[in-house]
Design a protein. Structure first.
Lengths: 1127, 194
């Protein structure tokens, strides 16, 4: 123990000496002096630090923003170096401090969560131990397209005082906190400020307290697996630095900066300092003073820092003296902290303000703070700016009840079109209120939760709010709050539900593009977990603006828009609408492409290269010419002229006019004048001149090198060999002869080679004496017949093996075209129709299917020779595999043809010259007309019902349809079958029984339209029926009880096989010499059986009676009369 | 007919007034099986008819009795099925003796003379007539001693024959009137003490 104290005394002594030396060293201040800036300490309230009045700083700041935006890190680092001085020489005291402090990074320390607790409802324990945990801080750890986790940090006290900083991590939305990291070196590490500083990495700023009013700011970089990657000092000096606030712009830039705002007191005055690190804390800029003022110690100056990723703005809030009490001031920087706006108070001068918290998103800045009026319980005040801090709405409030509201915190949720803010505060030390708002307007805050929901600890301390990604997108929030009932323990309470949704942004809002054609891009950024499907559509300017790629897309992506040349003196703007197709809640986003106007008429000449030609004396020279394309890329018409200097060059054409966008080709040629030039280099210049306004005037050099004439091989003709033909051949022309000549005085050996197998050479080598010639035939070989459709090239090299003079080549091209169209006509049979005189004819038509079975489109025709045929189509075009239908019909003209046989020939021709032309015969047989015969002409049938038949036949020609009908006697005669038919058939007629005694006749008419003998009537004659009556009787006595009388009983037997209708039966009686009288009449319908009886009551005893019966028809005719009987 | 009813009734009432004796009046329904087989052939085997009875106790259990009843039925002839209608009525007087066998039950036995009438309308003709005949019956009376109401169940026989010759020319067969008779009646004592 004594050694330890001894070492500590030595260290402190060295530290004191180093600090004194640093104090005496000029220029050792950590504050950066910038031109135009005012580094004033402690002389007045809110003395400003570096300001952005210097245009050079503004320019550098803009450059840095641009380079960072486009990812030019090298240029960004250069500009950063010009804007910020990095701490170059370490403070001796700092070196001593660094050497004296050992790092501690243990996965879990001895002081863990060992205290059993019963967490209040809706909360989970985060930091609970027998010792106090204070000053919590928290943030969300995210990785690109990966999971996210909650990370918190707090002072871990030990022995009644602060010592370490403990970090905890939850990967399940705060339900469990499974990972722990303890940072410390034995000294008091206080005031942690935890923020994500890069993709998957967290940063922790904290105060390392050396005691004696000497605190330094340090920064630790923490990896995703909760291991401290490294630890760096931020601000080491003899001054007292406190209350750091950490921020990062990792959401806006791929190579993020880390920012620290803290308070400092050098013993004379207090100030608010700012530093920035371009390398995740490895190095830090020298401190910039945002404000300096006399009065409070560093520990009393509270700071808050936020970065607005959408606006690229840094916002600082801090406490400082305001009148007789303290207030909250803010400042902003649009250039990563290089310069800051003039600090201004956002609190009224009517009370004490403290505990500032700041959040910023999409230009909206909100500051929450604790405001205590004289003699009043503290409230939560709110100041808000919607223009990145340029103007503020003051005197807002988050909570202003009679209760004491303390410990405010505010954060902005990342992403989203409308910024979502979350805030929290402690009410009466009994509960934490969680609020949310879109836009942070004072009246828009709603309570999103209260923790603990049903009460809990009696004494709550600090609370911080933590926006979290929600299950769909946007975010919810949780609250990390302290229970100070026994010792300070920290709990986490998440809000329920999702407070936001997926959102989409497109950046930038506008692209300025030149008037020439090209492409530009827009970045689509989706926030939230929900997949967003979107499309990009050009809504205005579609005539010149098009979506080249990227649409449709999902989630984040890049839209590439292509724009055409703007040959107008006016600029133009096109609009691209990006629309989410699976989420109606996401509004359409319109971005624009602004294209500059074209200049007035401007001449453009391509290519840029000149003509470089060589050849032996006398020629030929290769290449012999060069074509240049002249184009008017301006908005007005121009006239142009091309000029040369040397006579051995030719131009064609030499003048002309070009409308905007028009082109013209000018060919520069080495003409025959060069043939007489002696060996040597020659040059010329071709000038292209815009004679209208001179825009685009340019020249192209012409270089001609003429070599000595030598034993040279010449090949003629100079043209190549181009052949073509359908797949499988033949190809035409089939060959090309090249004549090889030796133009030199000595023999030369030559070779001819081909690189392909489908080209054949008749000779491949030989010797030519002076003046001698040879012929090499380049032909299309048999192998070409196997080539598929396409273009094929070859180079036949003619080489002077003796000296190389005259080496040349000839291009051979072969175009294999699709096979010609081949016409196939189905069916192969002709049309054979027949019918009677005047028609109709069957079959009336035949449809042929024409198909192109070849490989090329063909034109076809169909023709006939006779007027009595008709073609549905007489010609057309058929693509490969396509079909067409042609119907050959016997038309009405055939109806007038006399009986006989006729013929026609249909010709199908392949008008494209291919195969398949064919003919189809048409035969027409016209037969005589039909003749109708019906036998017999009469049928005699009995009186009883039944059927009879007649035979119908066609004794003529053709087809004879006929019908049969009853035209007389339809009451009892009907057609049972054979009511119609064709040619022959049987008409079956059904007849009912004849209920009369007279015969009757019915007539059936058979009609065959157009047939001779039609119509024909045949008769059915039915015989009459018979009727008979037979009478018998007896005399009977009828008795009652006492009375008795006689009567007659008559029995009548009826014979009526034809069911003749009887109207009435009449019974006549004659007694003695009396006349006959009717004694009874019985209606015929009442008689249903035979025999039937009738009684005659009563008879006089002893008197005889004679009876007879008559059957009377309805008309009064007597159908029958019975015999007489006497009883 | 009225004469046949009024005279006996006056006689009974006069007798009853003179004797200051009890008067028993009752009404009920009778069942009669006709004695004539031809009647039964046309009109059925039975006839239900209303019946009135009156008794005057003369001395002890001896009573002067009178009764009357009538019925008419329709039928049809067997051969032609023509509708017929036949009716019979009777009026009887006689003596009966009532013997009390228990405080509530008495037995009765009596005999007398009955006058029977007939009529038939059938086969477009009609015929009628009357003939006297004997009558005898036995009865059982439910007659509590201290009550003035009673119920009587009687069975008896009465008959008379009309010769066929008297019926010519509409009929030629003997006709039997009356037959076996059973009646049940309810009545009361109208005069005198118990």
């Amino acid at each position: 123990m004594g050694d330890i104290f001894s070492k500590r005394r030595v260290f402190l002594s060295i530290l004191a000496l180093a600090g004194f030396a640093a104090f005496l060293t000029p220029g050792r201040t950590q504050d950066r002096h910038r031109p135009g800036g005012a580094e004033e300490r402690g002389s007045a309230v809110l003395q400003a630090g570096p300001r952005s009045a210097d245009p050079e700083i503004r320019r550098l700041g803009a450059l840095l923003r641009r380079y960072r935006s486009i990812g030019d890190l090298e240029s960004a680092a250069r500009i950063f170096g010009q804007l910020f001085d990095v701490e170059s020489a370490a403070d001796p005291a700092a070196e001593l401090k660094t050497a004296a402090s050992g790092r501690s990074s243990r996965a879990d320390g001895a002081i863990g969560n060992i205290k059993p607790v019963s967490p209040p409802e809706g909360s989970t324990p985060v930091f609970v131990s027998p010792e106090a945990e204070k000053n919590p801080t928290a943030d969300v750890w995210t990785s690109r397209n990966g999971p996210w986790a909650l990370v918190t940090a707090a002072e871990q006290w030990s022995g009644g005082g602060p010592r370490d900083v403990r970090i905890r991590k939850s990967s399940d939305r705060g339900e469990t906190w499974t990972e722990t990291l303890v940072l410390g070196d034995g000294r008091a590490w206080t005031r942690p400020s935890l923020r994500q500083v890069a993709d998957g990495r967290m940063g922790l700023a904290f105060v390392k307290d050396w005691g004696g009013g000497d605190g330094d700011i340090h920064f630790a970089l923490i990896s995703a697996d909760l291991a401290a990657e490294d630890e760096f000092p931020v601000a080491l000096s003899r001054a007292d630095q406190r209350n750091p606030s950490l921020a990062s712009d990792f959401r806006a830039y791929s190579a993020p900066y880390v920012y620290v705002l803290y308070a400092e007191n050098d013993g004379l005055s207090a100030s608010v300092k700012f530093r920035v690190s371009p390398d995740l804390g490895a190095s830090w800029s020298r401190a910039a003073t945002i404000a300096a003022f006399a009065g409070p110690g560093a520990d009393e100056v509270e700071t808050a820092l936020a970065f607005d990723p959408e606006r690229g703005a840094l916002h600082a809030a801090f406490t400082c003296p305001q009148g007789q009490t303290s207030g909250i001031a803010v400042a902003a920087s649009m250039n990563f902290g290089a310069t800051w706006s003039e600090p201004r108070f956002i609190t009224p001068d009517d009370g004490s303000d403290s505990s500032p918290a700041i959040a910023a998103s999409r230009g909206t800045v909100a500051v929450a703070y604790e405001h205590a009026g004289p003699g009043l319980a503290p409230d939560i005040g709110l100041a808000r700016s919607t223009d990145s801090g340029r103007s503020w709405v003051l005197r807002g409030s988050l909570a202003s009840s009679a209760a004491a509201e303390t410990s405010p915190d505010i954060r902005a949720a990342s992403g989203g079109l409308t910024p979502i803010f979350f805030a929290s505060y402690v009410e009466e030390r009994a509960r934490v209120r969680l609020l949310s708002s879109e836009g942070a307007a004072p009246g828009s805050w709603t309570v999103a939760g209260t923790f603990p929901p049903r009460g809990g600890p009696a004494a709550l301390g600090t609370a911080v709010v933590l926006p979290m990604p929600g299950p769909v997108g946007g975010g919810s929030a949780g609250v990390l709050w302290a229970d100070t009932t026994a010792d300070d323990d920290l709990y986490f309470s998440p809000s329920e539900g999702t407070l936001g949704q997926a959102e989409m942004t497109v950046d930038p809002a506008n692209r300025d593009v030149p008037y020439t054609e090209g492409t530009t891009t827009f970045s689509v950024v989706k926030t939230g977990d929900e997949t967003v499907e979107w499309t990009a559509t050009v809504t205005t300017g579609a005539s010149w603006l098009d979506i080249e790629s990227g649409s449709p897309g999902s989630d984040s992506g890049t839209i590439t828009a292509a724009y055409e040349e703007n040959l107008s003196l006016l600029g133009r703007t096109g609009t691209i609408r990006v629309r989410a197709t699976n989420d109606d809640t996401i509004p359409d986003i319109n971005v624009t492409v602004t294209q500059a106007a074209a200049p007035s008429g401007t001449l453009s000449v391509t290519p840029d290269e000149g003509l470089v030609s060589t050849g032996p004396a006398g020629g030929p020279f290769a290449p012999p010419s060069q074509a240049y394309v002249l184009r008017n890329v301006g908005a007005t018409a121009i006239s142009w002229r091309a000029a040369r200097v040397e006579a051995w060059t030719s131009l064609s054409p030499t003048t002309g006019n070009l409308a905007p966008g028009a082109t013209r080709t000018v060919t520069v040629t080495i003409n025959s004048g060069a043939n007489s030039l002696p060996p040597g280099p020659y040059s010329d210049t071709v000038s292209f001149m815009n004679q209208t306004n001179g825009n685009g005037n340019t020249t192209r050099p012409v270089s001609l090198t003429i070599t000595e004439a030598a034993d040279s091989l010449t090949v003629s003709p100079s043209s190549g060999f181009a052949s073509s033909g359908p797949a499988g051949g033949p190809f035409a022309p089939a060959s090309q002869d090249y004549t090889l000549s030796n133009t030199g005085p000595n023999p030369i050996d030559w070779t001819a080679t081909s690189a392909v197998t489908w080209a054949a050479l008749s000779l491949t080598a030989g010797r030519l004496d002076a003046g001698e010639t040879a012929t090499v035939t380049v032909s299309i070989g048999a192998e070409a017949e196997t080539l598929p459709i396409g273009d094929y090239d070859d180079i036949v090299m003619f080489t002077n093996m003796t000296n190389g003079g005259g080496d040349t080549s000839r291009a051979v091209s072969l175009t294999v075209t699709p096979p010609p169209g081949a016409l196939t006509v189905t069916p192969s049979t002709g049309l054979s129709a027949s019918g009677p005189l005047g028609g109709p004819f069957t079959p009336p038509s035949l449809t042929y299917t024409l198909e192109n079975t070849g490989g090329s489109t063909l034109d076809w025709t169909a023709t006939r020779t006779q007027d009595w045929t008709t073609l549905s189509d007489t010609g057309g075009a058929l693509g490969p595999g396509e079909t067409a239908a042609v119907t050959v019909s016997i038309n009405a003209a055939a109806d007038g043809l006399p009986a006989g046989d006729y013929g026609d020939l249909i010709t199908f021709a392949n008008a494209s010259g291919g195969a398949g032309g064919t003919t189809r015969p048409v035969l027409l047989a016209v037969s005589p007309g039909p003749a109708l015969i019906v036998v017999p002409t009469n049928r005699n049938v009995p009186f009883s019902g039944g059927t009879t038949s007649f035979e119908v036949s066609n004794t003529g020609g053709g087809t004879m349809p006929w019908t049969a009908e009853v035209i007389a006697g339809s009451a009892w005669l009907s057609i049972q079958s054979g009511a119609s038919g064709t040619d022959g058939g049987t008409v079956v007629a059904a007849f009912a029984p004849n209920p009369t005694g007279s015969p009757r006749a019915g007539i059936i008419r058979v009609t065959a339209v157009g047939a001779s003998g039609s119509p024909r009537n045949v008769t059915v004659t039915q015989a009459g029926s018979t009727f008979g009556l037979s009478l018998s009787g007896e005399r009977l006595v009828e008795r009652a009880w006492i009375i008795k009388r006689e009567y007659g009983r008559l029995s009548v037997t009826v014979s009526n096989p034809g069911s003749i209708d009887v109207d009435v039966y009449v019974i006549y009686r004659r007694a003695g010499g009396q006349a006959e009288q009717i004694v009874q009449q019985i209606t015929g319908s009442a008689v249903t059986a035979s025999p039937w009886t009738a009684n005659d009551a009563f008879l006089t005893p002893g008197t005889s009676y004679t009876y007879r019966v008559l059957a009377i028809a309805a008309g009064g005719a007597v159908l029958g009369s019975s015999n007489e009987i006497t009883i | 007919m009225k004469r046949f009813l009024i005279v006996p009734l006056i006689l009974v009432l006069a007798g009853a007034a003179a004797a200051e004796s009890r008067l028993f009046l009752s009404a009920g329904a009778g069942y009669l099986r006709p004695a004539d087989g031809s009647y039964r052939l046309i009109y059925g085997n039975q006839a239900i008819y209303p019946e009135l009875n009156a008794s005057i106790r003369l001395v002890g259990g001896l009573c002067l009795t009178g009764s009357m009843g009538w019925f008419s039925k329709k039928g049809s002839t067997p051969g032609l099925g023509l509708e017929t209608e036949g009716s019979q009525s009777f009026f009887a007087v006689g003596l009966s003796y009532i013997l009390r066998v228990s405080p509530t039950l008495c037995v009765e036995a009596g005999a007398g003379l009955a006058g029977l009438s007939f009529r038939e309308e059938a086969l477009d003709l009609w015929v009628k007539g009357k003939q006297p005949g004997p009558k005898a019956e036995l009865g059982l009376l439910l007659m509590p001693e201290d009550e003035r109401v009673f119920m009587a169940l009687r069975a008896g026989y009465m008959a008379a024959t009309v010769p066929g010759a008297e019926l010519a020319p509409v009929g030629d067969q003997d006709v039997k009137l009356g037959g076996l008779r059973v009646s049940i009646s309810v009545g009361g004592q109208l005069l005198g003490g118990h």
